[in-house]
Design a protein around this ligand. Structure first.
Ligand code: SF4
Length: 287
């Protein structure tokens, strides 16, 4: 198979069915561009998708794909990364899937620190089911499920991830695909769990958090002279709701889940003989 050299090499024959102008297009473009620039071939990439409009991307990116159960993409990806460390493992899902149904998996995957990149299409609404309040919807947000306004406070995935101990926490904006490409590249290159939460305007069901609204609010952390190695500073920046910082909030290397199993240090599990796996597993248990 010839090495990919243009972004179209990461596309299938299917053109996205998303609404015209949807923020998903910017994230789709940034992901393909990041894979291209990192020279990661489609057959060396596996993407596990959650349920939601973003999950439809499983039809539009050329890579190995698994369209998981609602909220259950992360544990599937964790298994993939452990079984075949020779693949680049990415998870693509939405805010409802990841921070609602999948919230427990979000926290516990951070604790385990498998070598996967999690890209969240965060449009602050359940869009596939036609516009109900999601975990990241603003307080007071009116939808068919909350006609008098959302009574809950929104989840802040950035502060949550930092607090839970994630080693790479970033946020991007679908309206700046070039900047987002850089974030996704850095996330894939990070060894361990990496989160890229992405502001993704839903042009059909979210009339509040629009492209225009975000253009007036987002600010790049690079311009704030933010130091991503400073966890306290990252946490403070993540709480800023007046302006909405995008970029890498926090990054720190640490042992990954695979480092806990010596059998995985030699070569990917799928390439090992059953005998090697048995002996290696015992050694791993003996620690
Ligand atoms: Fe995009 Fe919203 Fe349309 Fe879904 S409903 S494709 S998120 S614009």
């Amino acid at each position: 198979m010839p090495a990919p050299h243009v972004i179209q090499d990461y596309e299938t024959s299917q053109f996205p069915t998303w609404c015209p102008g949807c923020g998903n297009f910017g994230i789709w473009t940034a992901l393909k561009q990041a894979l291209l620039e990192l020279n990661i071939e489609p057959h060396k990439t596996v993407i596990v998708f959650g349920i939601g409009c973003s999950g439809n991307e499983s039809n539009f990116v050329k890579a190995y794909g698994f369209h998981g159960l609602h909220g259950r993409a992360l544990p599937v990806a964790e298994g993939v990364a452990l079984a075949n460390s020779g693949l680049t493992t990415i998870v693509v899902g939405g805010d409802g899937d990841g921070y609602g149904e999948g919230m427990a998996h979000f926290i516990h995957t951070i604790r385990a620190n498998p070598n996967i990149t999690y890209i969240v299409h965060d449009n602050q609404v359940y869009s596939l089911t036609k516009g109900q309040t999601s975990p990241t919807s603003e307080h007071g947000f009116k939808t068919p499920s909350t006609p008098f306004g959302n009574p809950d406070s929104p989840v802040n995935p950035i502060t949550l991830a930092i607090t839970a101990g994630a080693g790479f926490v970033a946020r991007g904006f679908a309206g700046d695909a070039g900047h987002l490409t850089g974030l996704i590249k850095a996330a894939i290159q990070h060894r361990g769990f990496s989160l890229v939460d992405v502001f993704q305007p839903c042009v059909t069901f979210n009339g509040t958090n629009t492209f225009k609204w975000f253009y007036g609010k987002v600010v790049k952390l690079e311009t704030l002279k933010h130091d991503p190695s400073n966890r306290d500073a990252a946490w403070k920046q993540a709480q800023n709701t007046d302006k909405l910082p995008i970029g890498i909030f926090y990054q720190k290397d640490g042992p990954t889940l695979a480092d806990e199993f010596p059998v995985l240090a030699k070569e990917p599990l799928v390439d090992q003989s059953p005998t090697t796996r048995k002996i290696g597993g015992l050694l791993g248990k003996m620690g």
